[in-house]
Design a protein around this ligand. Sequence first.
Ligand code: C5P
Length: 230
Amino acid sequence: VKVAAVVPAAGSGVRMGTDTKKQYLDLNGIPVLGHVLKSLEASPVINGVVLTVNPGEEEYCRKAVVDALGLSKVTAIVPGGKERQDSVYNGLLALSGDYGIVVVNDGVRPVIDHAVLRAVVQAAAAHGAATSAVPAKDTVKMAGEDGFVARTLPRESLWLTQTPQAFRYEIIMEAHRRARLEKFFATDDAGLVEFTGQPVKLVPGSYKNIKITTPEDLVMVSIFLQEGTG
Ligand code: C5P
């Protein structure tokens, strides 16, 4: 089966506190998003890539990232939406070709582990939907509105979800369509599949797969990329 990757990169990056959006920040000489796309380009698992960017940034992104790096797997650059979920949906609609599996990888997760990517795709083929994730190291507490702890969640069963996530094409399309119809929102795509009642397989990810969100994340990711470890 053919495998497509949808890369949402239409975030505003307010938590980073920089003028340049985090997906375009320089990281070891190329934009953050460039690392993601280079990794997908190099992966034998991925056949095509659709990118979603902030409306109006399509041209800039094509020139400054896709063409500058000589990438050939990017088949479309389309505008994203208000929420991450909307951006991924726009990316899904822009897929052309008979893709059996769709991988979603955040545009701000530049340390892609090729073994994890392969494992997530295989798990999606076997089970319909899969997400990479790592066991929580910290103890997670739910806060009440008063600023006090409401309760402590049992750490043994907590996993922190990452991308890549992978899905059979019909399953991810149906999940997004139903979520839109029923106005259900989730911060990841596996969450939408869960909403439809379908199982999602957990695949061990990598602690190096940091989602660049706040300034200190860049320091860590820069080192991991220099190590050449994905
Ligand atoms: O918001 P968060 O940091 O979780 O974003 C994860 C990914 O989703 C980022 O790559 C960001 O650019 C993307 N995103 C998007 N459209 C939005 C919000 C976020 O494509 N409206």
